[in-house]
Design a protein around this ligand. Structure first.
Ligand SMILES: Cc1cc2nc3c(=O)[nH]c(=O)nc-3n(C[C@H](O)[C@H](O)[C@H](O)COP(=O)(O)OP(=O)(O)OC[C@H]3O[C@@H](n4cnc5c(N)ncnc54)[C@H](O)[C@@H]3O)c2cc1C
Length: 460
């Protein structure tokens, strides 16, 4: 009934029930979640979103919003709900270099937003390996992190406000570019990290930043996470540090083995590697900063070797080694993945305890802990032992996760650093979060979406 009403109310190119067209949008990137839906709707305007929400509400249909389908916790995969794709909400509405604000619709890809900022001689600093596919609506809804958090913060820090369609069908108009506005609750922020549970974000007003004169990149070989953290302290002197990513030897080896056109920048292997960016005024300043910082680190035996990028091409090929880490792990058999935050001062201890615990649980398993160490965010992935049966190994997902989360809790970390809760961590959140926090989350959800129409199986 409701599905037929949606079809007749929308223009022909705003919906499809063709299984072949819908199929790619029902499989999650890591192939962990598979979905189904009677209908995919593809609104082109905010008014069309309102129409869809009203019809669904009146017919008792539930909605799962989806942007680029790159989310990693299963939140964008419908299980019988209407799939609302934002990909046709794809206009940049305005760029204002005076207020440093860019207003984009939810379905614009992150890469296109970066490009529009660049055209205006500004920078939009959010940067993820999935940026060619993920959308700003998805970034806002997951409060995405990425590689520049160490300087610019997460998506939450890069937003003036949002426009969203509420489950009631009302539009919340929050597209401001005011830096100061103390007129009650900061309602736009409710939608940041809400994972589609409170409404559909249709547009956002984003903060632009000055374009740095030069980005200086370097990669170093290291002995341990402890040395990486000491190096971090030295690299962030002077406030120019923009990226501090760390990966283990096994990660680099996987990228070199499985991803085309990748080259090892070092002559010898090292147990760990760090990839570092500084934003500075010009190239000479960048080279000077990298050389003095890394020479001093070499003298202190904090690093074993260093490569300082001498060109944009070399800088890009160094970054590709890190960005291909997720893709390369697909070739490594089963992998039990955790996206966690550990307070910076406990990262070395975390690895000692967690690696030992993993070996105790699954002898021969191979921890691949990598990621955004500059902000304490570790992608602590456990690869199956060589030659193990993938399905059998993956059956240990909950056991391994709980063991990791116990250590996370012991250090006062977070069970979800940047990917969100989705359906993957919903029960874990309910069990481990502060009861006061859970009560508030539920109160907000009930107030805005009393019939649980928006992304009903996600987060709470
Ligand atoms: C190779 C790779 C690398 C990645 N690297 C990072 C990284 O470094 N940092 C990081 O944080 N993440 C990373 N991710 C995860 C992912 O790219 C981010 O979570 C991204 O923000 C999701 O955007 P999306 O448009 O694909 O959202 P989707 O996957 O489509 O949706 C994600 C969630 O947001 C909701 N949603 C989407 N659009 C809207 C909307 N308009 N209104 C309301 N709700 C909406 C969905 O319902 C779902 O719950 C990576 C993923 C891949 C595949």
């Amino acid at each position: 009934m409701g599905v037929a009403k949606l079809k007749s109310a929308l223009s022909d190119n705003a919906w499809t029930d063709d299984p072949d067209i819908i199929a790619p949008w029902l499989v999650e990137w890591r192939e962990k979640y598979f979905g189904n839906t009677p209908l995919m709707v593809m609104p082109e305007t905010t008014e069309e979103v309102v129409k869809i929400v009203n019809i669904c509400r009146d017919a008792g249909l539930k909605i799962v919003p989806q942007g680029g389908n790159t989310g990693l916790v299963g939140g964008q995969t419908p299980q019988g709900e209407i799939l609302l794709s934002t990909r046709r909400l794809n206009r940049i509405r305005s760029v204002n270099p005076v207020t440093n604000a860019l207003v984009a619709e939810a379905g614009v890809t992150l890469q296109n937003i970066q490009g529009a900022a660049d055209d205006a001689k500004r920078k939009f600093p959010l940067s993820l390996a999935s940026q060619g596919s993920c959308t700003i609506g998805g970034n806002l809804s997951t409060n995405a992190g990425g590689v520049h958090v160490v300087k610019y913060g997460t998506t939450k820090d890069l937003v003036f406000g949002v426009e969203a369609v509420l489950p009631s069908g009302q539009i919340y108009h929050g597209l401001t570019d005011l830096r100061k506005d103390n007129t009650g609750y900061d309602l736009s922020r409710l939608f940041l990290g809400a994972e589609g549970t409170l409404g559909v974000i249709t547009a956002a007003s984003l903060k632009l930043f000055p374009k740095p004169g030069h980005l200086q990149r370097a990669m170093v070989g290291l002995s341990s996470p402890a040395d990486a953290m000491k190096l971090l302290e030295q690299c962030r002197q002077g406030n120019s540090l923009t990226m501090f990513e760390v990966m283990p030897l096994i990660g680099l080896e996987l990228v070199l083995k499985h991803i085309q056109h990748q080259r090892d920048p070092f002559d010898a292997p090292y147990p760990w590697y760090a990839l570092i960016d500084w934003e500075v005024g010009d190239e000479a300043m960048g080279l000077h900063l990298a050389e003095t910082t890394l020479t001093s680190a070499l003298e202190q035996n904090l690093i074993q070797d260093a490569v300082i990028a001498q060109s944009e091409t070399q800088a890009a090929s160094l970054l590709a080694l890190r960005e291909n880490m997720s893709a390369a792990q697909k070739f490594n058999g089963g992998s039990i993945k955790q996206d966690i935050t550990i307070p910076l001062d406990h990262i070395p201890e975390f690895f000692i305890i967690a690696d030992k615990e993993m070996e105790k649980l699954i002898p021969g398993c191979r921890p691949v802990g990598f990621g955004h160490f500059g902000d304490g965010n570790i992608h602590y992935n456990i690869a199956q032992p060589e030659g193990a049966v993938k399905e059998k190994f993956l059956s240990h997902w909950n056991e391994i996760s709980e063991a990791v989360f116990d250590i996370v809790d012991r250090f006062g970390g977070s069970i979800s650093a940047e990917h969100g809760i989705g359906i993957m961590k919903r029960e874990t959140l309910a069990r481990r979060a502060d009861p006061g926090k859970m009560a508030l989350l539920r109160a907000v959800k009930n107030a805005i979406d009393p019939t649980n129409m928006m992304n009903p199986r996600v987060m709470i």
